[in-house]
Design a protein around this ligand. Structure first.
Ligand SMILES: [Zn+2]
Length: 374
């Protein structure tokens, strides 16, 4: 009888000890982790049909399938249910619904601090990578403040106002061959930047030296389409995360990577263009995920600003041969998928406003209060 009581007591003690050990073991800690680094990848114009087309024409597989959390965002702009890339990217960068054409400014044209500018202030390394001109609406909305989009030279001048660590994209002419005769490339060099401009096939030979910030131009104006030979996005994305991980060793980094031309294929109503750009963007996603899996402290978010083309895959399609159609040569108001991987990824499940992507990133970075105008 006594023995049974002793064994029972012993068992209770062991069980309690075990429970205590379990709750202090970080591997079973259920509190959400915060990321050190955030990489936001924007496939411009990438709706569900664009993803579907990319998937089936790529042997029924994409790196997008590696993401454990998926949500949907409401892409509408302040003044129209159908957003453009400027208002769409400003929702991500500033956390506000603004009018179509607005670059980093609110509905009253007042400049709003972007997450990239805030990350700079907080001592993080920052970067922008794009397959359009770097002054185009999506990348520009993270670093520029302009009432009207397509002011490429004005947008270029905004790059010198920040301490961005890395930017890669086309549009060299907007920095060097300007109407105001300023040479922003020279100004960047004076500020301590390495400025490079390998084009086309040489692009992948670039060595990124993390001892200095880098401006890397991939074209004088628009970079080529992927189907015409542009293939730098995956390689540069892989090098960029390594570069920023080194420069952001202490406090982390924020990087936005845009697959710009999925949108252009949609505007042109050319399914082959869309598919080639989807494959190109997905390869870059693979590079980024490989880094994030090893690193363990990086949150990767992949989404789009909007869908382009009202793109559809119709009856009679096979995986090798798609029967496609378009309802418009502009954007549509579709809900847009959001894929997330890494610490904080679970926050991106569900349906929410496009501006919530900004709020979630700010919260996970520990940057506190959202923008007042939200
Ligand atoms: Zn567009």
């Amino acid at each position: 009888m006594n023995r049974i009581i002793i064994f029972t007591l012993l068992g209770c003690l062991l069980w309690t000890g075990c429970e205590n050990a379990m709750s202090s073991n970080p591997s079973v800690d259920t509190t959400p982790q915060k990321p050190k680094n955030i990489i936001l990848m924007v496939g411009d114009g990438m709706g569900v049909s664009q993803i579907t087309a990319g998937l089936y024409t790529n042997n029924n597989q994409l790196n997008l399938e590696r993401f454990p959390y998926i949500g949907l965002h409401k892409s509408y702009a302040y003044d129209d249910l159908v957003t453009d890339s400027a208002a769409g990217a400003t929702a991500f960068s500033c956390g506000i619904k603004t009018y179509n054409g607005a670059i980093g400014v609110d509905k009253d044209t007042i400049p709003v601090e972007t997450i990239l500018e805030r990350a700079e202030k907080e001592g993080l390394a920052t970067g922008l990578v794009s397959t359009s001109t770097i002054t185009h609406a999506t990348p520009a909305s993270f670093i520029c403040h302009n009432k009207i989009r397509k002011q490429h030279e004005e947008n270029a001048a905004d790059f010198i106002k920040t301490d961005i660590d890395l930017f890669v994209g086309g549009g060299k002419n907007y920095f060097d061959l300007r109407e105001d005769d300023r040479n922003i490339s020279m100004e960047l060099k004076k500020k301590g930047y390495n400025v490079s401009d390998f084009f086309q096939e040489e692009t992948n030979d670039l060595v990124m030296d993390p001892s200095a910030p880098l401006a890397f131009f991939t074209a004088n104006t628009d970079p080529l389409a992927a189907q015409d030979g542009r293939d730098y996005l995956a390689g540069i994305s892989g090098k960029s995360v390594a570069f920023l991980a080194e420069r952001g060793k202490e406090k982390g980094f924020f990087l936005m990577i845009e697959g710009s031309q999925i949108d252009w294929g949609g505007h042109a109503n050319q399914s082959d263009w869309i598919v080639a750009e989807m494959h190109d963007f997905d390869k870059a996603i693979g590079q980024v995920l490989d880094f994030a899996e090893k690193d363990g402290e990086t949150l990767v978010i992949v989404t789009a600003d909007h869908e382009t083309g009202g793109y559809a895959i119709n009856k009679g399609s096979t995986m090798d041969s798609l029967e496609t159609a378009f309802t418009t040569d502009y954007h549509t108001a579709d809900l847009i998928p959001v894929f997330a991987y890494g610490p904080g990824a679970e926050d991106f499940s569900g349906i929410y406003e496009n501006t919530a992507i900004h709020a979630k990133m700010m919260e996970l970075f520990g940057f506190g209060a959202k923008n007042e105008s939200e």
